[in-house]
Design a binder for this molecule. Structure first.
Ligand SMILES: Nc1ncnc2c1ncn2[C@@H]1O[C@H](COP(=O)(O)OP(=O)(O)OP(=O)(O)O)[C@@H](O)[C@H]1O
Ligand SMILES: [Mg+2]
Length: 265
């Protein structure tokens, strides 16, 4: 198949929140992302899957300019959020990351109280006029993070004292506190037990009502459970993108089929 045909196949024309075109990423001489074209839908969970080292985290980090923080990393191509170029020099990456929030593989609460973890973003972005408003944002965010009931009586306790699963839900609460429009999650459940994983998955499904969610996962079961769209990456290429059900039951590319049936990875 020639390149044009491939591009047509991976670009979905549904309502796009993010449109990436011709994205290339290099780390020094390593060509980590090769000409990726994809639309990320609004109010949709999109899963990124593929073997280790194929570029999932690299591409995810392009979507909120997290790669800016890596010295050797060079990003080329176009990424539009609601039609606006996020790499335009007038865009402030800190503001962008409030809109396009991120949750990492390892829960990383700040060494601060539970309250201050969640209040951090709203404070730096001036989202609350007074203490009462900030209290309200903190409560609402912890509720959205599905952890309010577990922490409401100890908001002054350190975030780092929570269990791993609770810390991850706290980090999700922290990410939603700035009212992001997109939430990027890089293997958010890999440090969690099955119960905490189920809680986070349920939460992802709720978050989809309000946000565009992108999740990197090594678990095909998880991708199948939580996502509506799936992107399969292989050696820096976006090989296949489509409805999750179709990718898992009727993959069009032999590389996707090999991966989902466990022959590569
Ligand atoms: N900070 C970095 N500096 C140099 N090279 C990097 C860096 N981060 C990633 N790479 C390289 O870019 C390529 C893609 O890596 P990336 O971390 O995006 O893969 P991944 O699909 O997320 O893998 P995994 O499933 O193991 O997390 C790899 O060849 C990797 O070695
Ligand atoms: Mg990764």
């Amino acid at each position: 198949m020639n390149d044009m045909a491939r591009v047509e196949r991976v670009v979905d024309t549904g309502q796009a929140k993010i449109t990436a075109s011709d994205v290339q990423v290099h780390y020094g001489d390593t060509h980590a992302i090769k000409d990726v074209n994809v639309n990320i839908g609004d109010k949709t969970v999109t899963a990124f899957i593929g073997p280790s080292g194929c570029g999932k985290s690299t591409f995810l980090r392009c979507l909120n300019r997290m790669n800016d923080t890596i010295d050797v990393c060079r990003v080329k191509g176009n990424i539009l959020l609601d039609g606006e170029d996020i790499y335009d020099k007038r865009v402030d990456p800190v503001q962008l990351r409030a809109k396009v929030g991120m949750v990492f593989q390892k829960p990383n609460p700040f060494p601060k109280s539970i309250y201050d973890n969640v209040a951090y973003g709203p404070r730096i972005h001036g989202l609350a006029k007074n203490k009462a408003e900030l209290d309200e944002i903190v409560e609402k965010s912890l509720r959205r993070g599905a952890i309010w009931n577990e922490v409401k009586d100890r908001l002054d306790a350190p975030g780092t004292g929570l269990s791993g699963g609770q810390q991850q839900r706290l980090c999700i609460a922290r990410a939603v506190a700035t009212e992001p429009e997109v939430l990027l999650m890089d293997e958010p459940c890999s440090a969690l037990d099955p119960i905490a994983t189920a809680q986070v998955e349920e939460l992802i499904d709720e978050l989809r009502q309000r946000y565009s969610v992108v999740i990197v996962t090594h678990s095909m079961q998880q991708a199948a459970r939580v996502s509506q769209k799936t992107a399969f990456f292989h050696l820096g290429n976006l090989v296949e993108f489509g409805e999750t059900g179709q990718i898992f039951t009727n993959p069009q590319d032999p590389r996707t089929e090999s991966y989902i049936t466990g022959r590569i990875g």
